[in-house]
Design a protein around this ligand. Structure first.
Ligand code: 8ID
Ligand code: ZN
Length: 349
């Protein structure tokens, strides 16, 4: 296979709205030490990509940036010192691009809190291009039985939900509450939770998202636009969920999660709405003995395990495939909360 010198990439030079994304010809990068060049076939679009475009977060974005961190493709070139991967391997390019491997956190497999972390589609260029650089230690091998377009949404959404559910400490038979259940992360969280024998309260809005989460056997659906969220969660779970995974991009979900929390339960913060603060009342936090726990994607083993649930047929990403050129439209739909499941971009179109 010949690798071209130049390729098409979705780039933004400044923060702003989806019209800031331009399709430009850029050089194909050369893999460095312990890096591989991946020919991206499919990439999911995560709400994080939209946060990066808008400049929502208190962490600097590389500019100009090629976003994207749910890439799935094939290794076409290996840099010096690569032993783990070879040309032809099917791999995923994740948000977790690389870590130092030597700090206190890396030593404990907590690589997602490594102070020297690099993030695909944020601090380094990501999967919204045909040829993307990936770190050979962190790229995830995709099992042969999992098609690349299916693997793409797992590379961020799947891994993140899987790890966050573990962090919640919710046991089989107990209730997990999932605000944002009909979105990219949410629809996978519902499935991982059911596969772990949890009972699920799914919160989102609209018939299509209700039908989607019900098709994954969510036990209860609460519509945040028409239902009294706090009262309904408490009533259906007999006093509040044992854990909550906040996957909604509305800060209101954090207020509600603190209000419907069952005493002794854990709220896992996953979604990061711009400027959101935790407004929980310290009195109730204390006397209800609530736990608040942040969860940032997953480590290398979480990634392998999350894909294994898919390979075993326990989790099935729900996605619509669209041409690469539709990325700006995807951002518009995402901003309006109109995407049920994920949109996966086909780089060949
Ligand atoms: O490692 C991490 N912590 C991590 C990894 C990946 C993504 C964090 N994230 C973050 C993203 O940056 C984003 O802030 O998780 C959030 C959700 O990402 P997503 O699933 O990719 O977003 P989406 O597909 O747009 O889904 C959001 C859902 O929230 C619903 C929407 O209807 C949509 O289905 N929602 C909204 I907006 N308001 C809601 C509310 N009040 C709500 N659901 C319940 N209650
Ligand atoms: Zn993501």
């Amino acid at each position: 296979m010949t690798i071209p010198d130049k390729q098409l990439a979705a780039v933004f030079h400044n923060h702003g709205n989806p019209d800031n994304v331009k399709f430009e010809e850029v050089p194909v990068a050369e893999p460095g030490e312990n890096e591989v060049l991946v020919n991206i076939k499919y990439t999911g679009v995560c709400h994080t990509d939209l946060h990066a475009l808008q400049g929502d977060w208190p962490l600097d974005v590389k500019l100009p940036l090629i976003g994207g961190h749910e890439g799935a493709g094939v290794v076409v070139k290996a840099g010096p010192g690569v032993n783990r991967l070879k040309i032809g391997d099917r791999v995923g390019v994740k948000w977790m691009n690389s870590s130092c491997g030597n700090c206190e956190y890396c030593m404990k497999s907590q690589e997602t809190i490594c102070p020297n972390i690099q993030l695909s589609g944020y601090t380094v260029d990501g999967s919204f291009q045909h040829y993307c650089i990936a770190n050979a230690t962190h790229a995830t091998l995709i099992p042969e039985s999992v098609p690349l377009e299916v693997a793409a949404p797992v590379m961020c959404a799947g891994i993140t939900c899987y790890r966050a559910l573990k962090e919640s400490g919710v046991q089989p038979g107990e209730w997990i509450c999932i605000p944002g259940a009909g979105g990219g992360l949410g629809h996978l969280a519902v499935q991982y939770a059911k596969a772990m024998a949890m009972r699920v309260v799914a919160i989102d809005s609209g018939e299509d998202k209700k039908e989607l989460v019900k098709s994954f056997n969510a036990d209860v659906f609460v519509d945040f636009k028409t239902d009294d969220v706090v009262e309904m969660v408490k009533e259906k779970t007999g006093g509040g969920a044992h854990g909550t995974l906040v996957l909604s991009t509305s800060p209101k979900s954090y207020e509600q999660a603190a209000a419907f929390a069952r005493p002794g339960s854990t709220m896992v913060t996953v979604a990061m709405p711009a400027g959101a603060k935790l407004g929980a009342d310290i009195f109730w936090l204390t006397v209800k003995m609530l736990k608040v726990c942040g969860s940032h994607v997953g480590n290398r083993l979480d990634s392998v395990e999350a894909l294994d649930y898919v390979a075993r047929g326990l989790v099935k990403p729900f996605y619509k495939v669209q041409p690469f050129s539709t990325l700006p439209e995807v951002y518009h739909l995402m901003h309006e909360g109109k995407i049920a499941g994920r949109i996966v971009l086909d780089l060949s179109k």
